[in-house]
Design a binder for this molecule. Structure first.
Ligand code: HEM
Length: 472
């Protein structure tokens, strides 16, 4: 395995030049192995529909570097070699845009925000929004995060059984509501959460459908999306209007979005602010909630690691603040290792806008390239005994020793997650605060299932929560 990865690295590093157009280079398209099986008409779409995560695990095991597949008439390539991922996301990023599935079906919900836009518009927006995620600004949100986590932890009764995915979703939704809009979304939280879930389920349903209907067609699913979006818009435009009327910097992300101007002094209009706010709102809570839910699940399965986290947070003797985080490296390592095994953004999709060479092989224009993050994070050549939960992999300098793009829960290149520091800090603060007071055990016999929607959720994760003796 190591040899294959090494060979792939050499091939990839040797081919950063423009696409060769000779006959021999064109022939090399066949060098990527093809995934066996597949329906005569639909290709591998039924496999994807039946068990998306299963397909990714299988490909990761059997074709760890790259494999070509077909979705109907659409050619696709699933890659799991770090060097290839680096080419797609970083060095040859200009040859790719976001895959149409995502943009077409998420656009009714997210509009033309950072996640769904491309090229010069995306570059401009990214530049405008970046200051909102500067280190100092992000650090200023730590108190809100800690305060919400404390209030959650103290509100739980001993022996209470929780749907942990829902609980984490609610907690991170409150936090993003406060840090994004300086608003108590408590009253709106249920409605927002429900509308977002409806819209996302419909969008993913369309994406996986044999006959996806564009958003413009008034199918039952598209009508449900439209209604959910109308409910979300009503809330978000209300918050934007109120803020424009009040003016001033409230220290939240919305203030930054409204104040942001590019070089010629142009600011965003209400629609753009709505799209970016909606994008941050969605991207900023569901992913983190899932990362936390998986972390709690893995700690319940690995009592030794749990004992280490508890010992670490207990040394503080109080609920952690931002300054305390440096003293909690194991807690952070636990979060990172959980995102290795269960990366919330488990697949990244792009479409080639021109013929491009990857690892020395021709990839044709319009090919969908899928970065199999789930498979890549379980490569035994990069992570020995990959199925084991070993937080020590992320202690000290260990992470720095990994090749580029070997660990990429936040993606890579110019489109790397803009909220990665925000998310890591939030996860760190929330875990440390919760685990100082609470211990989560699995409730019920059945193991959880992976539910790969837009992000990777644990389905039916019910946990019994005990209030610990040694408390903050
Ligand atoms: C554990 C939590 C998170 C994970 C695992 C995660 C993961 C990712 C990944 C993998 C991407 C790149 C997608 C691609 O290349 O196709 C991304 C993009 C993005 N994320 Fe996150 N994210 C998290 C938290 C957040 C938070 C807290 C925010 C904002 C508050 C956020 C906002 C965004 C935005 C706006 C983008 C699009 C960036 C662009 O294309 O320029 N994310 N995220």
């Amino acid at each position: 395995m190591r040899a294959i990865a090494h060979k792939m690295d050499i091939m990839t590093n040797a081919t950063s030049e423009a696409m060769p157009s000779s006959k021999s280079a064109r022939k090399s398209v066949h060098a990527f192995p093809r995934l066996p099986g597949g329906h005569l008409l639909f290709g591998h779409l039924p496999d994807l529909k039946r068990d998306r995560a299963g397909l990714q695990f299988r490909v990761g095991r059997e074709f760890p570097d790259a494999v070509s597949l077909r979705f109907g008439v659409v050619r696709a390539l699933m890659i799991g070699a770090p060097a290839l991922a680096n080419e797609v996301l970083s060095t040859k990023n200009a040859s790719f845009i976001k895959a149409p599935g995502l943009t077409v079906f998420l656009r009714p919900v997210l509009g033309n925000g950072l996640l769904t836009s491309d090229r010069s518009f995306h570059a401009r927006q990214r530049k405008l929004i970046a200051p909102a995620f500067a280190h100092k600004r992000v650090a200023s949100y730590a108190d809100t995060m800690a305060e919400r986590a404390r209030s959650f932890a103290s509100g739980v009764r001993s022996d209470e059984v929780l749907d942990v995915s829902d609980a984490m979703m609610r907690l991170t939704l409150e936090i993003v509501g406060k840090t994004l809009f300086d608003a108590e979304v408590g009253s709106d939280a249920d409605e927002i959460g429900e509308a977002v879930t409806t819209a996302m389920e419909c969008a993913i349903g369309q994406l996986e459908s044999f006959l996806p209907l564009p958003p413009i067609v008034p199918s039952p699913s598209n009508v449900r999306i439209r209604k959910a979006v109308a409910r979300l818009d009503a809330i978000i435009y209300r918050l934007i209007r109120a803020r424009r009327d009040q003016g001033g910097d409230r220290g939240d992300l919305l203030s930054m979005l409204l104040a942001a101007q590019d070089e010629d002094g142009t600011a965003m209009n209400d629609r753009q602010v709505r799209d970016e706010a909606m994008t941050l709102f969605l991207a900023g809570h569901e992913t983190t909630a899932n990362a936390l839910a998986w972390t709690l699940y893995l700690l319940a399965k690995n009592p030794e690691a749990r004992a280490k986290v508890e010992a670490e947070v207990d040394t503080l003797g109080r609920a952690p603040s931002y300054e305390d985080l440096v003293r909690l490296p194991y807690t952070l390592a636990v979060l990172k290792e959980a995102m290795r095994l269960y990366p919330p953004a488990y697949i990244l999709a792009r479409r080639a806008v021109e013929d491009v060479s990857l690892g020395g092989h021709l990839v044709r224009r319009n090919t969908i390239v899928l970065v199999n993050v789930l498979g890549l994070h379980r490569r035994p050549d990069l992570f020995p005994e990959p199925e084991r939960f070993v937080p020590e992999r992320f202690l000290g300098d260990e992470e720095k020793k990994l090749p580029r793009c070997a660990y990429m829960p936040f993606g890579a290149g110019p489109r790397v997650c803009i909220g990665n520091h925000f998310a890591l800090m939030e996860g760190h603060v929330l875990l440390a605060t919760m685990l100082g007071r609470l211990r989560f055990e699995l409730a019920g016999g059945a193991d959880v299932e992976l539910e790969p929607l837009v992000t990777l959720r644990p389905r039916g994760l019910r946990m019994r929560v005990h209030v610990r003796e040694a408390q903050n």
